[in-house]
Design a protein around this ligand. Structure first.
Ligand code: PLP
Length: 242
């Protein structure tokens, strides 16, 4: 990477961290409660290397194949790897090798596949379709209880929290429309922690991306998944894909 590009990355990262800190402050939360997943699905292994040098410890990828290629050049342990995209069941075994945390566990059958293929403990978050948009994957809120009841019998797959994606903002200058989505996810987690046999084990809320991460922090996010804001102005950024 050109030195100028590294500098752009550094400035972007500093700005994102400053905004995270300010949102924590507004919400009266400790900064240690909120962690950044740098979403690198749009970009290259080289950029991940640069981010790691700048202190980024966690990256988010949405495709098994892309992650595998990036790990071929970077190694498995340079950063922690998060899966944030839909996982096909036939790639479950491969995903178990590639990721430290799966944010996008979105069906019972996938959960059962991961549990049966895992040979060591694996952490995952349940993706919840809070907004009810048909284009979005994930569990319906009313499905969580049954799933968590089943989860309490798994020996390797451990559900550590919930994840959601808010609808795309038509008007990015106000996040009023997405705040209730984040609040709902927090309430779902808190309810499940009280009721299910998973008592108090659902620690994480993975919510908030470039358009709305500050709002998500105000509503309790423990992981924010930020891509575009970090890569803004970089030439090496390929086209956006999912
Ligand atoms: C791409 C993606 C992100 C990051 O989105 P940005 O708008 O680039 O910050 C976060 N979460 C998920 C699930 C994604 O697919």
């Amino acid at each position: 990477m050109e030195p100028q590009e590294i500098q752009t990355l550094e400035v972007n990262l500093r700005q994102v961290r400053t905004r995270i800190r300010a949102a924590c402050h507004r919400a009266g939360r400790s900064e240690d409660e909120v962690r950044l997943v740098a979403v690198t699905k749009y970009t290259t292994a080289e950029v991940i290397e640069a981010l790691a040098t700048l202190g980024v410890t966690d990256v988010g990828e949405s495709r098994v194949q892309d992650t595998w290629q990036k790990q071929e050049s970077l190694g498995r342990t340079r950063v922690r790897w998060h899966l944030i995209g839909h996982l096909q069941r036939n790639k479950a075994a491969r995903a178990l090798e590639l990721y430290d945390l799966i944010h996008s566990l979105d069906s019972r059958r996938l959960a059962e596949e991961l549990e049966s293929k895992a040979t060591a403990p694996v952490d995952a978050l349940l993706q919840v379709n809070v907004s009810g948009e048909s284009s979005k994957g994930g569990f319906r809120p009313e499905e969580l209880d049954a799933l968590l009841a089943e989860a309490s019998s798994w020996s390797r797959l451990r559900i550590r929290g919930l994840m959601t994606m808010a609808p795309h903002l038509e008007n990015p200058s106000t996040t009023d429309s997405v705040r209730p989505i984040f609040r709902d996810l927090r309430e779902l987690r808190d309810d499940a922690n009280r009721r299910s046999r998973y008592r108090d084990q659902l620690v994480h809320l993975s919510m908030g991306m470039t358009q709305d991460f500050e709002t998500a922090i105000e509503e309790g996010a423990t992981w924010v998944r930020v891509g575009s804001a970090l890569l803004d102005g970089l030439e090496t950024t390929p086209q956006k894909t999912n």
